[in-house]
Ligand binder design. Structure first.
Ligand SMILES: Nc1nc2c(ncn2[C@@H]2O[C@H](COP(=O)(O)OP(=O)(O)OP(=O)(O)O)[C@@H](O)[C@H]2O)c(=O)[nH]1
Ligand SMILES: [Mg+2]
Length: 203
C-alpha cells in the first residue's frame, strides 16, 4: 500500500545556482512537450493541481521542484520530483531553444542527488526521434532511466500490452523496462512509485 502523506511545491529554477540545496533523492521527468509530464507528477502526488497542466504545448518553461512524502510498507520518505520543460516544441526561437537545451542538459548531467530520470513516451504515438535522442543522451549521464508510456487510456484495452512491447522493441530495451501509465485512468501509479522507491532505497 502506497500512501501520499504530503506534496508541496518547493521552487522554480532556470540555472544551477537556483537548484534547491537539501540533499533529498530526486526524480526528474522528461519527454516531448505536451506528452503529460506535469499530469504524471500530479497523479503520482495524488494532487489535482500541484503542477499546472494545459492544452497549450510548451507550458512548462522552468525546472519546477516538488517534495512528495510517501509511505509504503510502513516506511516513510520524502522524494523530490522535478518537472522539466518538454522538447520538440516548434514554436520557439532558436535562442530560446538553446537556452532550454542548456538548462536541461546541465541539470541532467550535473545534478548530484538525481537518482532517476523518468523518460515519458506517448503510448499512442510511440517513441519519436526526439525521444530516441533524449534516451541516447541519458545513457551517458549518472541517473537511472525509467521509461514510462503514458496516455495508455487512448489505446484500446486489447492493444495495450502489444503496444508496450512494441515501444520496448523500438527502444531496444527489455519488455519489463517499459511501464504503462495513464493520468486520466490512474493506470500504473503504484508500478511507477515502486520502481522509483526501489531505486531511491538502493542508494
Ligand atoms: N488522455 C490522456 N490525456 C492526458 C494524460 N496525461 C496528460 N494528458 C493531457 O495532455 C495534455 C498535456 O499534459 P501536461 O501534463 O501539461 O503535459 P506536459 O508534458 O507537462 O506539457 P509541457 O509542460 O507543455 O511540456 C493535457 O491536456 C492533459 O490533460 C493521460 O494519461 N491521458
Ligand atoms: Mg508541463
Amino acid at each position: 500500500m502506497l500512501k501520499v502523506l504530503d506534496a508541496v511545491f518547493v521552487t522554480t529554477a532556470t540555472k544551477a545556482g537556483q537548484w534547491p540545496r537539501e540533499p533529498l533523492p530526486e526524480v526528474a521527468f522528461v519527454g516531448r512537450s505536451n506528452v503529460g509530464k506535469s499530469s504524471m507528477i500530479n497523479t503520482l502526488a495524488q494532487r489535482r493541481q500541484l503542477v499546472r497542466v494545459s492544452n497549450t504545448p510548451g507550458r512548462t518553461r522552468t525546472l519546477n521542484f516538488f517534495d512528495v512524502t510517501i509511505e509504503s510498507h510502513a516506511k516513510r520518505r520524502t522524494v523530490r520530483l522535478c518537472d522539466l520543460p518538454g522538447y520538440g516544441f516548434a514554436k520557439v526561437s532558436k535562442a530560446e531553444r538553446d537556452a532550454w537545451h542548456h538548462m536541461i542538459s546541465e541539470y541532467l548531467s550535473e545534478r548530484q542527488q538525481l537518482e532517476v530520470v523518468v523518460s515519458i513516451i506517448d503510448a499512442e504515438i510511440g517513441p519519436t526521434g526526439d525521444d530516441g535522442s533524449m534516451l541516447d543522451f541519458l545513457q551517458d549521464t549518472p541517473p537511472k532511466i525509467l521509461v514510462v508510456a503514458t496516455k495508455l487510456d487512448r489505446v484500446n484495452k486489447a492493444a495495450r500490452k502489444p503496444r508496450l512491447l512494441e515501444i520496448a522493441k523500438k527502444l531496444g530495451v527489455p519488455a519489463e523496462a517499459v511501464v504503462g501509465f495513464s493520468a486520466t485512468e490512474r493506470l500504473g501509479v503504484s508500478d511507477v512509485w515502486n520502481r522509483l522507491l526501489a531505486t531511491v532505497d538502493a542508494r
